[in-house]
Design a protein around this ligand. Structure first.
Ligand SMILES: Cc1ncc(COP(=O)(O)O)c(C=O)c1O
Length: 496
């Protein structure tokens, strides 16, 4: 694919494989100082017969290509990115400094424990800090994402029941849940039974009690996100906690939204047995682009025997890896998980301290409520309640009156320089726009965003085509998202 240029503007960035020319090299290799080996004799059939087809490019070519690509991207380092549920907040640069310290970044994951004491100490201290923040007894840092944390927590719940000679299979999940919740149950061979939230957007214990009765002895767990995906605090948790434990079930907490509780309330105190934490959300580690991430789980003492192994243990000032854990569900990730992400999260916790973490929570909640107060007369809130870290609005009135869809509004926001919020989720809200400003944004940014939303609402009434055909100011206009999702081309090939 050739790079097109019109009036000096590039429209297509040719892939790296289509750049350079045969024999061009971007690195200087030292002269061979060992005897040449006949690979054919050594490896026979395994020796490649045709060249690997690697790009042959100079350093400026490769550098400019990737810098240009990075500039085509929308990023949290360049613009406001209020993606509800995904929490795109600023990644403090001190975290990057710490993660790049050569003692951490250069450490081979297979280094014996005796020579990796600093890294093991960091893992151990981060586990203790997260356990304290969550009000839990122990933590495993192995899972590499929130969703994998869910799978791991549910595996531990299953192992717990099995150790008691039981095999209940049903998990109750409210209709506001993130899609990963039912998926994690399915991966564990558990049956998901959805139940409706109350009219006020949170769980109604009386309604839940009826469903719990129907399930009876087959109740493995109830899986609850708090605050939930409507940005609301689940205030009936103590009642739910008693109800679930009386029936022998466990309470799983989706802790992806801990950034609205940290320092103010602890999932363990609210009755949860296990909770996953998305370090890339609450603890400011980088997010998006496929990772790497981390989704540690924090759990109560009853689940400790089942946690993934190896476990980092401390004796006096030495740290070691304990493998002899006969009831463990085993390893869920190679080595110890994404260590670089752990360094960043630990730095964030130490940088802010207890007071700072509490303040981050307070600011996240304040910003969401400020945004809600400014915008709710233009786009109604899904629930007229105090928000936690995010607020969900609906554009159903605007759509009924103008035909402009939620996706049109999202695309038009890009022209105003803002990343669109999460749209069409949670599913229980028609025309949902889920907006999470996070604690890292200023009052001015929030006001500028609200003003853009109000302008778009006016445009939808006065010049709807402008909104329907947006974005206008991007390198590419509207993409065929359904085709991109169903028939993704993720790998370069010579064929068109
Ligand atoms: C409520 C909730 N649960 C679970 C997840 C899954 O987390 P991850 O994307 O890290 O797998 C998310 C993701 O943002 C979420 O918002």
């Amino acid at each position: 694919m050739a790079m097109e240029a019109v009036h000096g503007l590039q429209f297509e960035e040719a892939p790296i494989f289509e750049r350079g020319s045969v024999g061009r090299c971007g690195a200087s290799l030292s002269v061979l100082d060992v005897p040449e080996v006949d690979l054919g004799g050594e490896y026979g059939e395994l020796v490649r017969k045709v060249p690997a087809g690697l790009p042959e490019v100079s350093e400026p070519e490769v550098f400019r290509h990737f810098v240009r690509l990075s500039q085509h991207n929308f990023s949290v380092d360049t613009q406001f990115y209020p993606l509800g549920s995904c929490t795109m907040k600023h990644n403090p640069k001190v975290n990057e400094w710490a993660a790049r310290l050569v003692g951490f970044s250069g450490l081979h994951p297979a280094t014996p424990a005796d020579f990796a004491q600093g890294a093991l100490s960091l893992i151990w201290h981060l586990e203790r800090a997260l356990a304290e923040i969550c009000g839990m007894d122990d933590v495993s840092l192995q899972p590499a994402a929130g969703a994998q944390g869910e799978v791991t927590g549910l595996m531990m719940i299953r192992a717990y029941h099995q150790a008691k000679g039981r095999a209940p299979r049903t998990v109750l999940v409210p209709d506001t849940a993130h899609g990963t919740n039912p998926a994690s149950c399915a991966l564990n061979g558990l049956q998901v039974k959805p139940f409706p939230s109350g009219d006020d957007g949170i769980i109604d214990p009386a309604k839940l009690s009826g469903v719990v009765d129907q399930v009876g002895d087959d109740l493995a767990a109830v899986m609850i996100t708090n605050p939930n995906t409507l940005g609301l605090f689940e205030s009936a948790l103590p009642t739910i906690d008693n109800m679930v434990h009386e029936r022998g079930g466990m309470l799983y907490g989706d802790g992806a939204n801990l950034n609205a509780l940290m320092g103010r309330a602890r999932p363990g105190d609210l009755g949860f047995d296990v909770v996953q934490l998305n370090l890339h959300k609450t603890f400011s580690t980088p997010h998006g682009g496929g990772g790497p991430g981390a989704g540690p789980i924090a759990f109560k003492a009853s689940l400790i025997p089942f946690q993934p192994r190896p476990v980092v243990c401390r004796k006096d000032d030495r740290f070691r890896l304990e493998v002899d854990r006969p009831h463990s569900i085993g390893r869920v990730r190679s080595y110890f998980g994404n260590f670089g992400v752990m360094v960043r999260a630990y730095t964030y916790i130490r940088e802010l301290g207890a007071e700072g973490l509490k303040q981050a929570t307070d600011m996240a909640v304040l910003n969401a409520n400020y945004l809600a107060a400014l915008l709710k007369d233009t786009f109604p809130l899904a629930q007229e309640k105090t928000s936690m870290h995010e607020a969900v609005f609906s554009d159903r009135v605007l759509e009924a009156e103008t035909g402009i869809k939620t996706l049109d509004i999202a695309k038009r926001l890009i022209d105003y320089g803002f990343h669109p919020p999460t749209v069409y989720f949670p599913l229980v809200v028609k025309g949902a726009m889920m907006i999470e400003p996070t604690e890292t944004e200023s009052k001015e940014t929030i006001e500028a965003f609200v003003s853009a939303m109000k302008s778009i609402e006016r445009e939808a009434r006065e010049s709807p085509e402008l909104v329907r055909e947006a974005p206008h100011l991007t390198r590419l206009d509207r993409l065929d998202e359904a085709r991109a999702a169903r028939k993704p081309r993720l790998r370069w090939s010579q064929e068109p």
